[in-house]
Design a binder for this molecule. Structure first.
Ligand SMILES: *Cc1c(COP(=O)(O)O)cnc(C)c1O
Length: 377
């Protein structure tokens, strides 16, 4: 048997050639030729007003919190079932996180619980399109607009996924992408901020460039650049943009392979899952998923742990993730306790993610599927 990793970074096209070209351009700091190509690609493919590469999705979320002027005492609504960065970026500015439970089928923020947690201090709602399956955006946007609350989509999983025919990341005032090693498109560590609200675009450039108006200077709009706002260094090296652009060029290849992997898991595990009370991912009819991951919900924690160990003995690496944020040390420090988000508490015990990456072979995948369907409950 061969070892099957959980994730594996690969090159799919011109990554190294473009990094060499970046060197030849004598420009490997931020905002070089390849960064501009990445911006243009994201803007034209998604139809967003402006895209800015960042050093990570975490940093794009931090920029969002600065752009929305989040201040101590403000409240930000976040799904309980997500990565730490979704919440930490806002807590860093002094916000109080308001955790909302998720739907038991899509594991996305339960929009029916939003109205009851909105207060005059609510400044933002941050839906996460879990596994690249869109949240119920019509309802979320209607509630947010009615209360004049900004929406920041954490779209780390959802690049090229759609909700009712419209790309994820194009609904909120802002949206964030991740190009971390584990995501569909990667440059190791990287991200992007998508800016749909044109009023936020100029300030976003300033915050990303250490609080200076350097971008305007380079465009010849001001004759010197200076310190005009708070900010930090959120722009990635053009070497990373070169690597990433080569992956963007292979969009069709990457996404169609991931679609095949997902469909094969789903088809091959359906019968076994039904027989054993295992829940497979749910993708509502009006959504096109981004094929970010394949997860399953086992009947309970004990069986989930047994399956992970059983696979590991066969050299197959699967993982679980997202502990309920409200029960973390930080979550409890905000006054949350057990029982506050019962769906998240349950699914975080049950969830397992299967090996999934851009060159997972069908032979390796069959090995995973065979092992699972032979697993004794
Ligand atoms: C990966 C991920 C992030 C963080 O991305 P980085 O680029 O590593 O900062 C944020 N939110 C979600 C939902 C993620 O999956």
């Amino acid at each position: 048997m061969i070892k099957v990793d959980f994730n594996r970074p690969i090159t799919v096209g011109n990554e190294f050639e473009y990094m060499r070209q970046a060197m030849q351009n004598v420009h490997i700091s931020g905002d070089g030729a390849f960064t501009k190509k990445c911006h243009a690609f994201l803007e034209s493919e998604l139809g967003v007003n402006k895209a800015l590469l960042t050093t990570s999705c975490t940093h794009a979320l931090e920029m969002s919190a600065i752009l929305l002027d989040i201040k101590p005492g403000d409240e930000v609504i976040i799904p309980d079932f997500t990565f730490v960065s979704t919440v930490n970026a806002f807590v860093l500015r002094g916000a109080k996180p308001v955790f909302v439970d998720v739907h038991p089928d899509t594991l996305n923020l339960d929009e029916s619980k939003l109205e009851s947690v909105i207060t005059p201090r609510t400044k933002a709602i941050v839906p996460v399109h879990y596994a690249g399956v869109g949240c119920e955006m019509d309802v979320i946007m209607e509630i947010a607009n009615r209360h004049k609350i900004a929406v920041v989509e954490d779209n780390a999983h959802g690049l090229f996924g759609k909700y009712k025919g419209k790309y994820l990341g194009t609904f909120g005032a802002l949206a964030t992408q991740s190009f971390h090693e584990t995501k569909n498109f990667s440059c190791g560590e990287g991200g992007a901020l998508l800016i749909n609200d044109p009023f936020l675009a100029e300030r976003a450039e300033i915050i990303r460039e250490k609080g200076t108006n350097r971008s305007r200077f380079f465009r010849g709009q001001v004759d010197k650049y200076t310190w005009v706002d708070i900010g930090s260094s959120y722009l990635p090296s053009d070497l990373l943009a070169a690597f990433l652009f080569a992956q963007f060029e292979q969009r069709e290849k990457i996404q169609s392979h991931r679609k095949n992997v997902w469909n094969m898991y789903n088809a091959a595990l359906k019968g076994w899952a039904e027989k054993n009370g295992v829940q497979l991912p749910v993708v509502p009819e009006d959504r096109e998923q981004a094929y970010h991951m394949f997860y399953m919900l086992l009947p309970n924690l004990d069986l989930r742990q047994k399956l992970i160990m059983y696979l590991r003995e066969r050299d197959i690496y699967s993982v679980f993730h997202y502990l309920p944020l409200h029960l973390s040390d930080m979550g409890q420090s905000f006054g949350y306790q057990a029982g506050d988000c019962s769906v998240t508490e349950r699914v975080s015990d049950q969830l397992i993610r299967l090996p999934f990456y851009n060159d997972l072979s069908s032979a390796d995948q069959e090995q995973v599927i065979d092992a699972i369907t032979e697993f004794n409950f």
